[in-house]
Design a protein around this ligand. Structure first.
Ligand code: GLA
Length: 392
């Protein structure tokens, strides 16, 4: 699990040679992510602050003379052959839908794609909220673009990958995960305005570390609950627009306006809207705190974010709450929260460098006692986004 980007690339090339009897033409690696703050805001046109992490999905690929995609997922020991002339979402081998969705949208954009042989390999835990799916989409897009000499602007690739997940896989995700997997930068987080798509890299300060604690709870219900939350946000906008005619998304609603017109809303929808609107404000405050080196303030905003996700958005779970509580009970911890969509997956913890080992030890001891599960703990670093090596 601790393999570096280079080691993963090396292994992918070796697997490729063994399967296809030749060296790959290109190797693409795309990182997973944590989101420091700004959860469930991206699809409401709001703000987010993710960072790309030292976990990757790697694709080794070469063109073929036929119209097939032969894709071997090394970590699943599964191989699929898909025809580029007939790409449809599949139930068996569902992992290949991420690749197929991207290929289909590239074709719809006008590309005459060649067939390709691919090996996929990586170390982003699947279903853990670290965006293994976005990393696979982004790696697929750059691999196919490289093999077919397509030059497409970053933002267009990002949108295309998001559409592949929305339309082909059927998860109505926002744009954050694909964005950060493309445009992450070493030692930086990325503030994204999900309406204008303007972004700013924000340096991550020295002297603190970010821990990831994988609760081991797979996000089984995530996609249906996720889509339901989106629906509740749209309902909120629709009802509020009767009194606030200029609004398009929850991004446009102030906390004061929400409370003024709360009686128009179903109580559950009101809570959902309150999370999104207060979370947007927290992202803006937390970026200011980070830039000014006020890490205590940043950490408090993380904790507020977690409580809002737990109580108002209701996407946390007992295991995520336990991990966050263990972290916030430790000396040297500035803040902790769930990250990603929720319903399981990972918690993150911002901790002073000197205290990181002690927090990891506490999690190893106390998390199993509270949850009956073994945590997966990662001391992460912030890394560059997608990288492409072309050999021919
Ligand atoms: C998932 C989605 C993102 C975002 C987060 C929640 O990771 O893919 O677009 O909505 O959930 O913040």
């Amino acid at each position: 699990m601790e393999d570096s980007r280079e080691v993963l690339a090396h292994t992918s090339a070796a697997v490729f040679r063994a399967r296809y009897n030749s060296a790959p033409d290109c190797i693409v690696s795309s990182p997973g992510r944590v989101n420091l703050i700004g959860e469930h805001t991206d699809y409401n046109d709001g703000f987010v602050l993710p960072a790309a992490i030292n976990r990757y999905t790697v694709i080794a690929a070469s063109p073929r003379d036929d119209q097939n995609l032969v894709i071997h997922a090394e970590d699943l020991k599964s191989t699929m052959m898909l025809s580029l002339r007939d790409l449809n979402p599949r139930k068996n081998g569902a992992w290949s839908n991420y690749v197929a969705g991207v290929a289909m949208l590239l074709q719809q954009r006008g590309a005459a794609l060649r067939g390709a042989s691919m090996v996929i390999h990586g170390n982003i835990p699947r279903g853990s909220g670290l965006s293994s799916s976005a990393a696979l989409e982004v790696a697929s897009a750059y691999a196919l673009m490289t093999l077919n000499n397509l030059d497409i602007p970053d933002l267009e690739v990002i949108r295309l990958c998001q559409r592949a997940e929305n339309e082909f896989v059927g998860v109505k995700c926002g744009i954050m995960d694909q964005f950060i997997s493309c445009l992450g930068r070493k030692d930086h987080a990325l503030q994204i305005d999900c309406r204008s798509l303007e972004y700013v890299h924000v340096p991550f300060p020295a002297g603190v570390r970010l821990l990831v604690c994988d609760t081991g709870v797979k996000r089984a219900l995530a996609s249906s609950e996720y889509n339901r939350r989106r629906g509740e946000c749209s309902e909120g906008v629709l009802k509020l627009a009767a009194s606030l005619p200029g609004i398009r998304m929850l991004r446009d609603v102030t906390p004061a306006d929400l409370e003024r017109y709360a009686s128009a809303l179903d109580p559950v929808v009101h809570k959902r809207c309150r999370h999104v609107i207060t979370e947007n404000a927290r992202v803006v405050l937390s970026v200011a705190a980070l830039k000014a080196g006020r890490l205590d303030d940043f950490g408090k905003l993380m904790i507020d974010s977690h409580m809002s996700l737990r109580d108002d958005y209701e996407v946390s779970c007992a295991e995520l709450d336990a991990a966050v509580e263990i972290c916030t009970g430790c000396e040297g911890v500035l803040g902790a929260r769930m990250t990603g969509a929720g319903f399981g997956g990972c918690a993150i913890c911002l901790v002073k460098e000197d205290s990181a080992e002690a927090v990891m030890a506490r999690l190893h001891k106390e998390y199993p006692e509270r949850s009956g599960r073994t945590p997966g703990i990662l001391l992460c670093t912030f890394e560059d986004g997608v990288s492409v090596h072309r050999f021919h």
